[in-house]
Each structure stands twice: as C-alpha cells, then as structure tokens.
Design a protein around this ligand. Structure first.
Ligand SMILES: [Zn+2]
Length: 123
C-alpha cells in the first residue's frame, strides 16, 4: 500500500453552538489540513497519483471555507463547524472528487492549533 499526504491551510471564523468554553464566542483559526490518499497500484511513471491533482482538489474545497464565517455555510447548517466536522466535510468532498478504483482518500486531519487536531476516516 502506498500512502500520500499533502498539507494545506485556510483561515476562517467559527462559533461552536452548545459548547461551554472559549470556542462558544466568535473567533478564528488558521486551520492546517492534512489529506491522506492511499492505493496499491502505481502508474507506469511510478506515481500513485500526481500530488498536483490532490492539491488542486483540496484547494477547491478549502476555497469554499477560506475567510468565511463557517456557521453560515450550507455544509454546517445542521452541524457545528468543529474541527471534527470540518475534517469530515473535506473528507466527503474530496472522496466524491478523487476516489476511483486506484486511489482513495483515507484520512483528513484538521489542525486548529499547533497542539490540537481532529481526524476523520472511514477505514
Ligand atoms: Zn475554535
């Protein structure tokens, strides 16, 4: 099994509902996003998938979050824009875009600070 990882980031504001603590107030984070893709078979050129393809798809998803107030987005209408749900949203969006018989998104991690992150995986 080959595993590829790319790292990207976005900045946004959020406010956690039904949460007692600092994150209940409106504030922002610079989220660092790690996207992991896996597969067994390489192309003839020795690549699983071009990093640029993963990066471009990730950029498209993150552009929808960057400099937004996440609570107002359709994607977080029914769920808190927590790092957990942000990771899940990115995972689902990228899986729809990139998964095929050779490559699958296996994990998305959202770092909301240098010392705290949440990951979403379905494997
Ligand atoms: Zn927060």
């Amino acid at each position: 099994m080959y595993e590829l990882k790319i790292i990207s980031q976005f900045a946004a504001a959020h406010q956690l509902r039904e949460f007692e603590g600092e994150c209940e107030k409106l504030h922002g984070h610079n989220w660092k996003i790690e996207v992991t893709a896996c597969g067994n078979r390489l192309e003839k050129n020795g690549l699983l998938i071009d990093f640029r393809v993963i990066k471009a798809a990730t950029k498209k998803v993150l552009d929808g979050l960057d400099h937004k107030f996440l609570n107002e987005l359709e994607s977080f209408k029914d769920s808190n824009p927590s790092s957990e749900n942000i990771a899940r949203h990115i995972f689902k969006s990228l899986s729809r875009e990139l998964n095929d018989e050779k490559v699958k998104i296996t994990k998305v991690t959202a770092w909301e600070s240098d010392s705290a992150c949440a990951s979403y995986t379905e494997t």
